[in-house]
Design a protein around this ligand. Structure first.
Ligand SMILES: Cc1cc2nc3c(=O)[nH]c(=O)nc-3n(C[C@H](O)[C@H](O)[C@H](O)COP(=O)(O)OP(=O)(O)OC[C@H]3O[C@@H](n4cnc5c(N)ncnc54)[C@H](O)[C@@H]3O)c2cc1C
Ligand SMILES: C=CC1=C(C)c2cc3[nH]c(cc4nc(cc5[nH]c(cc1n2)c(C)c5CCC(=O)O)C(CCC(=O)O)=C4C)c(C)c3C=C
Length: 476
């Protein structure tokens, strides 16, 4: 007989509640969300003419155990018919660009891409890959991504490809981010096989056994590279919260910001603006810093560690243009920090998901993402930057990088404050210490969400499942 309070109603908190309500051991689940809607960063604008624009995630990968897990949930929610898959043969999967030396370059792919010298790289990448097998294993228990890749594959790949990739996943600086926490597959490949190449060929360690349901099986048969939803990503948390509501076991509260939590004789007292709630267990699905600010002084060492997990701000600017305006076709382009620190990249949304274009007439939808780890240095405080300034920077990037001289016919500026956690070198140690402190102090508390064990939607959902299983003591 357990009451569990889930703090934060982003995709992580909703997912944890979904798994908890599958167990008869949990009597009641209470979700407390400070804002007026559930879903956190999964946020879409659906215009009345049928066009859809994403202000957060726009593609989820089906691969691996975490990808299958999400698709099993999507199936269970009855959302299978809403899926928009993008397979590996699609131009959006084959063509990804980097903008270097004021030019767009298609990232090399396939065997021919490895054998030839493909600009902006100065030699065939096969040489880097072949030499990599001979590089000795690193001795540190963690390393920055830039140092790891420079050591194993060469500085050029680290400066261009990996620098850009880290801006397109973490909006972060690969010279500070941890290889162990951000790319565990690469770290484990070196640890277990002594080489990334051998790790890729032979596998780099055990992965959770997770049988695919019908939708995950379809994704394998049809070779999906990523997927979205017909009415936008926001329909995922909307369906999930409806499912939870209908279960009769989950209370969902919006506009219910947690102010303080205090350990009580059994469990916790949770203070909201307008009342107090008791719970036997807390699953925190809010950002680490937000949890830090509601913990009592008796939890100071834990608060300190939580406070230490930095977040960065991203300006997401959606643009719609009349007609076909792109000079190239593909998923989009990323920009290494040496080329232009402020503009992280541009997604050509109309290419992977033309279904989100307005049905009438022909339009092109783009998203320009700016700031991240470089936000403060270029724009100053997120509190003072104006939408006009962000829109002007975004349209100027589209003009100079894609040669588009026409003005957008529609735009939307979303300033996503503190939206992506930064797993700096040594992150794994902080997370281990947090969980150790929780155990040592017998706190009935689980930490889930993007601050700890992975930032992708799949990782966050899986962290909700893991916490539910640990609490229940069985698989769900
Ligand atoms: C611009 C952008 C693009 C992205 N692109 C992709 C992508 O393409 N693919 C992908 O897989 N991932 C992507 N991600 C990452 C992914 O969307 C996020 O990591 C994930 O959604 C985080 O989910 P969460 O539930 O952990 O956190 P959140 O969504 O941050 O949810 C936490 C919730 O806690 C609430 N909260 C905070 N304080 C309190 C309080 N005191 N009391 C109660 N509630 C509180 C917040 O309001 C919020 O709703 C992207 C992220 C961003 C920002
Ligand atoms: C090509 C342009 C891209 C821009 C600009 C971009 C911005 C951006 N992305 C995130 C967070 C994530 N993106 C993820 C996946 C992902 N992103 C891009 C491209 C751009 N992202 C692609 C092609 C993909 C698909 C992954 C793939 O198939 O290789 C993910 C999930 C990663 C995972 O492991 O599943 C996240 C998280 C932010 C914060 C951001 C803002 C600048």
């Amino acid at each position: 007989m357990t009451t569990v309070a889930v703090l934060g109603g982003g995709i992580g908190g909703l997912a944890a509640s979904y798994y908890l309500c599958k167990s008869p051991q949990v009597t009641k689940v209470i979700v407390l969300e400070s804002s007026s809607r559930f879903g956190g960063w999964l946020s879409s604008t659906r215009r009345s003419d049928g066009a859809v624009f994403e202000h957060g995630p726009r593609g989820i990968r089906p691969a691996g155990a975490v990808g299958r897990n999400t698709l099993n949930m999507v199936d269970d929610l009855g959302l299978g018919g809403e899926i928009l898959p993008v397979d590996y043969s699609h131009v959006a999967s084959k063509n990804r660009y980097v903008y270097v030396n004021k030019q767009l370059h298609r990232m090399p792919s396939g065997i021919s891409g490895l054998l030839r010298t493909v600009p902006p790289f100065s030699r065939p990448l096969l040489l880097n890959v072949a030499k990599e097998i001979l590089v000795r294993k690193g001795k540190e228990d963690d390393e920055t991504i830039h140092s790891f890749v420079s050591r194993r594959l060469g500085k050029e790949l680290a400066d261009i490809a990996v620098d850009s990739l880290c801006r397109g996943v973490f909006a972060g600086d690969c010279r500070k981010l941890s290889v162990r926490s951000c790319f565990p597959v690469l770290f484990n490949a070196e640890q277990r096989r002594g080489s990334l190449t051998l790790g890729m060929l032979l596998g780099s360690g055990p992965t959770p056994l997770l049988p695919p349901g019908p939708l995950a099986q379809r994704s394998q048969t049809e070779s999906w590279a990523q997927w979205s939803l017909r009415s936008g990503m926001q329909s995922f948390p909307e369906s999930l919260s409806e499912f939870l509501q209908q279960s009769g076991r989950v209370q969902l509260h919006r506009d219910a910001g947690v102010q303080h939590i205090t350990p009580a004789a059994s469990g916790w007292k949770i203070e909201l603006e307008d009342g107090v709630i008791s719970a036997d267990h807390i699953i925190s699905a809010m950002p680490a810093k937000a949890l830090s600010s509601v913990l009592p002084p008796s939890c100071q060492p834990l608060s300190q560690l939580l406070q230490d997990i930095s977040m960065v701000t991203v300006a997401v600017v959606n643009l719609e243009y009349e007609g076909s305006i792109l000079p190239v076709t593909g998923f989009g382009h990323l920009i290494p920090s040496s080329e232009n620190p402020v503009v992280l990249g541009v997604v050509y949304d109309s290419v992977p998901f033309p279904q989100h274009n307005r049905p009438e007439g022909h339009t092109t939808r783009l998203t320009v993402m700016m700031g991240g780890a470089w936000f403060q240095e270029v724009f100053g405080s997120p509190e003072t930057v104006t939408d006009e300034c962000l829109l002007a920077k975004a349209t100027e990037a589209v003009r100079s990088q894609l040669g588009v001289t026409s003005a957008p016919c529609w735009s939307w500026v979303a300033l996503q404050k503190d939206c992506i956690p930064q797993y700096y070198q040594g992150h794994f140690r902080k997370v281990e210490s947090m969980r150790h402190l929780i155990k040592e102090n017998n706190l009935s508390l689980s930490l889930i969400g993007s601050s700890y064990d992975g930032v992708s939607v799949n990782d966050v959902i899986f962290s909700g499942r893991t916490a539910a299983e640990e609490l229940i003591g069985a698989a769900v």
